[in-house]
Ligand binder design. Structure first.
Ligand SMILES: NC(=O)c1ccc[n+]([C@@H]2O[C@H](COP(=O)([O-])OP(=O)(O)OC[C@H]3O[C@@H](n4cnc5c(N)ncnc54)[C@H](OP(=O)(O)O)[C@@H]3O)[C@@H](O)[C@H]2O)c1
Length: 331
């Protein structure tokens, strides 16, 4: 019997990982879903997916003892910390190390840390994105603890053998809420859907379907000997916003267009978080994402989801729907 603890389990990412894990018919698998509130609607819905194999466990990354208790008897951990709930770069770093240290002390044999690219480093300091940079700084620390230098000083090799890093990117599903297209008039006079954010100009926007994210997390969790000590940067596809709007029109038949905003438009747009400096990422400019090796990703996951496929599978026609737990509940 293998027990996997999922931190961030009730969220968009954690629940996608759990759905992917329970797709595998293994009776040997048990999932412990950590949440601050085991009676929330999202927690109850999650458990009802498979009440045999999913157990809810109360745990709060602000309460180290609760996390240590949740780790008892666990073989593997998938950990997605929540920047916006943690409140700051320091807050998210602290949450991450509460989880990592508790797992190491409990002798957990595989820990998958969910990270994001370092916008600060990629942009040469020009465009920090705190909720990216905080996860990336934990990833850098994991890399350091995997290094020969660290091993020479004090390591028992836990980070270099047992910790994997899965570097994700924006979900395609962000179009459900963050980037939902508006009803409006296109430049050719037709009425239809207008995609306005994120501001990418002609640059590519990188995105991952939550089900692909779940696939890659499961792939790592199933093969700790292969993935322990390694980092994988994932995405499903990258394409420009004009291409995204064109593809949306081709699949749905709804006239659509991308109308890029200026930064001033963006700040006065009323879009969620428009005034939040954390959302530098929405003012894309160039070179925000680290390149993905799509050949490698397709070898690992031959049916990687394209945006076109995602539209066909989900039948999404531009309506908004709640996707992220904290955004929906104000948590
Ligand atoms: N949106 C994207 O495209 C995207 C892409 C990649 C990465 N991310 C990152 O993913 C994170 C958010 O995750 P999400 O998208 O799954 O959001 P979400 O749906 O709002 O879920 C947040 C999760 O974090 C948990 N949580 C919050 N505070 C906690 C605490 N103190 N202790 C334990 N668990 C806590 C919540 O659990 P309970 O409320 O049940 O306790 C919930 O499961 C952010 O850091 C974001 O940067 C987002």
């Amino acid at each position: 019997m293998k027990t996997i603890l999922v931190i961030g389990s009730t969220g968009a990412m954690g629940s996608a990982v759990i759905k992917s894990l329970i797709e595998e018919a293994s009776e040997e698998l048990r999932i412990r879903a950590m949440t601050r509130d085991t009676s929330s609607e999202q927690a109850r819905n999650l458990q009802s997916l498979d009440s045999e194999r999913i157990t809810l466990v109360q745990g709060d990354l602000d309460n180290e003892a609760s996390v240590r208790a949740a780790m008892n008897g666990v073989d593997a951990v998938f950990c997605n910390t929540a920047f916006f709930a943690s409140g700051s770069v320091e807050g998210e770093r602290k949450h991450s190390f509460v989880a990592l240290n508790a797992a190491k002390d409990a002798g957990v044999s595989h820990f998958v840390y969910s990270s994001l690219d370092s916008a600060s480093r990629i942009s040469g300091g020009r465009m920090p994105v705190p909720h990216y940079d905080s996860k990336a700084s934990v990833e850098a620390e994991i890399d350091f603890r995997r290094s020969d230098e660290f091993m020479r000083q004090e390591s028992d090799g836990w980070f270099s053998r047992h910790v994997s890093v899965l570097v994700t990117c924006p979900y395609i599903e962000n179009f459900y809420d963050f980037f939902v297209p508006e009803d409006g008039t296109l430049s050719d006079g037709r009425t239809g859907k207008v995609f306005r954010g994120p501001i990418t100009g002609d640059g590519d926007w990188q995105m991952v379907a939550l089900k692909d994210l779940g696939f890659f997390a499961r792939m790592m969790l199933k093969a700790p000997d292969t993935w322990g000590g390694r980092t994988l940067r994932i995405a499903s596809e990258e394409m420009s916003m004009p291409e995204i709007a064109r593809t949306f029109e081709e699949v749905t038949g709804i006239p659509s267009e991308y109308q890029s905003m200026t930064e001033d438009d963006f700040l006065s747009s009323g879009l969620p978080h428009a005034h939040d400096p954390l959302n530098n990422m929405l003012i894309y400019r160039d070179g925000f994402f680290e390149r993905r090796d799509f050949d490698q990703l397709r070898k690992l996951h031959p049916s990687l989801t394209t945006f076109r496929q995602w539209l066909q599978d989900t039948q999404w026609r531009g309506e908004s729907k709640a996707m992220r737990k904290n955004a929906a509940t104000g948590g």
